[in-house]
Structures are given as structure tokens and as C-alpha cells.
Ligand binder design. Sequence first.
Ligand code: UN1
Length: 490
Amino acid sequence: MQEYKLFIDGEWTGSSSGETFDDFNPATLELIARLHKASKDDVQRAVDSAEDAFEAWSRTPAPRRATILFRAARMLEERKEELARLMTGEMGKVLKEARGDVQEAIDITYYAAGEGRRLLGETTPSELPDKFCLTVRRPIGVVGLITPWNFPIAIPAWKIMPALISGNTLVFKPASDTPLLSIELVKILTEAGLPRGVLNLVMGEGSTVGGAIVKNKKIRAVSFTGSLETGKWILGEAARDMKRVSLELGGKNPIIVMDDADMGMAIDGVLWGAFGTTGQRCTAASRVIVQEKILPLFQKRLIERTKLLKIGNGLDENVDIGPVINNTQLQKIARYIEIGKEEGAKLVLGGRIIKPLPGHFIEPALFSDVTPDMRIAREEIFGPVVSLIRAGDLDEAIKIANSVEYGLSSSIYTKNITNAFKAVEKIEAGITYINAPTIGSEIHLPFGGVKSTGNGTREAGTTAIEEFTELKTVYFDYSGKLQKAQIDVE
Ligand code: UN1
């Protein structure tokens, strides 16, 4: 079994406390790796090393920083299959999805590398003669990145690549359930030529290691994807030092199915949106709001199709649904199944923990007769559980869609163009899909949500650069005399 150390100041170094933690395959429960756990001192060393590296890295021309990213992207491409297999063995998602996860990392790496020749600011006329106005982008400084386990390489890459191309230096903590892909990503970037200290990897629990990152005064920005509870804590802590924070938190994403929809397509969409990644996406569809006329037939057909999904080890190419990440999550999902029953929803399919498979498996679950006030219709479960909710018309469907505290992704299935535009206008979410499920974002568009899903920032797309840069406004006066804005108006 492999043991992995921390990566600080360009060296793989053991934890100063000597503490380690274990990494298991969720499908087989095999122990696959032992990882060094960072102490507070280790985090401080990582921050110091990032601080030392900042001057040289931020002064390296962005197109030259990009050459390292282009090289890393090509290496990721060459190793795509191997990395996908490693991911399935650690995180559990089925192989074709793991390949997609690596592809997303490849895409953002190329995209961020391309930004090395843009990093656009703006130029605009001055109100005074012989004066030139522009904005330039500057890196923020030492940035802390904290990532979740559900996209073990895509989400780290979403954050690392734009942060690097913008000239920041980093202290990065991946989720303790899935550190292996992050270790590979750090190795690839190092081999591609990233200078020492620019990217430091610390591992361990969120409460200690993540906490030490967030509280460190030298860290000027934190980018976090994870739970609402942790996000709120980070925002509060960061306020003390006026740190920049970007948060991608939970979702309770609805798919609205109108009675004019193509039903077969909507069912395909629900199966993929709700049960892909075993429902463990922030964008997973967990509420399916169906117009009442078609609800009975829709429910019947959805049950039939869900029954056909094959559960098992994601390395088997025939499997549709892999395991849940760990026992805590498995028990949390099982508890929500009980809560749903107690609240009076009808469990029409699945929801049982599967034994005697050794891993953390649960059957995809469908609840009917769910009302919007029930906890299973409001709280993020992060598992393969769908609540079917009845709506009379589009207005009611949208009202239900908006009745939760989250607002990440959303979807509507309809053939009616008016319905589609109304949904775009009225659904409170960062993302709305028309005739496609709630998952499947592309890296060159902004990703993020409204309400409690975040704090207004967006990842990926051109907004990825905004997330990791400061704007400087420059006024260049070449008139040779004092000119006064707002005063010299004649
Ligand atoms: C997440 O839901 O946790 O849209 C991230 C998707 C992926 C990213 C999802 N591109 O499903």
C-alpha cells in the first residue's frame, strides 16, 4: 500500500506530527492508501512557501505561465484512462463518469492556459483630454483552495488552473476521502515545470487543516466547494481579515416536466440528473416537479426505467450506479429515507442499503406524494433520492422550484417556447437547462448559484479569472499639467 506525503515548497515532506489517515475504496472497502495529515505548522510552512514564491510567479509573464499549463493539459490527456480508473477505485463513480471528470480537468486546463494570452482588462475614454484610462488584472496573492470529494480532479482543476494563470500562489487542501487525484495533479503540474512553492498540497480534515487555511492571515482569498454549514463558517472567519471568499455550496435542484414535454426525453434526463454520480453532485436533480395530468404515467414509466439501473462496482462498464462515498453519507441517505416515510411521502421504489455487497451501496429511491414543505423536498440529501412533486401549472411549478433556500441548477422539459422563457426568467437559480437535466455544465461558462448556494461568485468561464484576480484601474495623464476630474468640466 502506498503512503503519500504533503507537498510543501517543492518537496514531498512528512507531516510534522507524524499523523496519518487512511483512504478506502467505497465499492470494496479495501484500504488503498495512507496519507500524511498536515499539522498547523505544516499549513504555516505551506503558506510561507507560497508567500516566498509569489514575487517571481506573479512577475512571470502570463503567456509563459501558460506554457506550463498547456504541458500539464497534454499530460492529463495522455494519462486520462489511468487517472479515471484511479478515481473510480477511490471515489466510486462509474468509469465513464470518471473519464468525464478527468476530461473536465483537461478542458479547464487548456482554457485557463489560453487565458494566459488574454487576462483582459478594459480601456475607455477619459472625460479629460490627454488622459488614458484602463484596467489591468493583478493576482490576489496567496490563495487557499478547499475542494470536495465528488469531483476529485475536475473541481481542484477548476480552481487551481485559473488561480495559477492569474499569477497567484496556492495552498490547496483536497477532500480527505479523495486525495489521490489531487496528488497526481500536483505531480503533473510539477513535472510540467511549475516552480517550487507555487502550489502546496496539505491534507487532513476540514475542521483542522481547512480551518488553519481559512484562519491564516497571509492567505488573501479562499475558494471553497462543499456544505452550506462550512461555507457560512468560512465567510464569518474570512470577514475578520477581509479575505476574498468564493463559495459553491449546496443545491436542491428541480426538474420541471410540463405536460407538453417529450416524456421519454424527460425520463432519460431525470435518470441521468438524479442518479448519475449516485446523486452525489451539487447539481443533482433531487426534485422532479411534474404537471398533474401526466404525473401518473410519468411516475409509472420512471419506476420501470429506474428498476433497470444496475448497481455495483463502477469499474464494471455495465454498472450505472456506483457506491456512495463513505458510511457516514450512506447512513445520512438512509436516515432521509426514513424521514420521508415519517413525513407521509410514499416510497414507491428502492431506498434500501444493499447487503451483502461489501461497499457502501444503496438502491436509488423514488418518493411520490411529496409536498414542498417536507424535509426531503427542502434539504440536500446528496444521494440517489428523488422526490416527485405535483404541480397544476407552470406558475405553481416555478413557485415550488423557488421554495427552497438553495439556487444552483434547474431544468424544464417543455416543447412550448413561452414556458421555456418564463422558466429562464423566473426560476431562482444560477443555471437553468431547457430540455436537458440539471447536470452537465461546460467549463467555458460560469458555474454557481444564487441564494444560499453561494456568495455571488461564479467559477469557470471568464468569471474564473474574476474569481482569482484584483482589478487595478490606471489613469495615465500625459497633458503635462494638473487636470481635475469633475472640476475642469468646461
Ligand atoms: C457538481 O455538481 O458538484 O454540471 C459539479 C456538472 C459538472 C460539474 C458538477 N460539470 O454536472
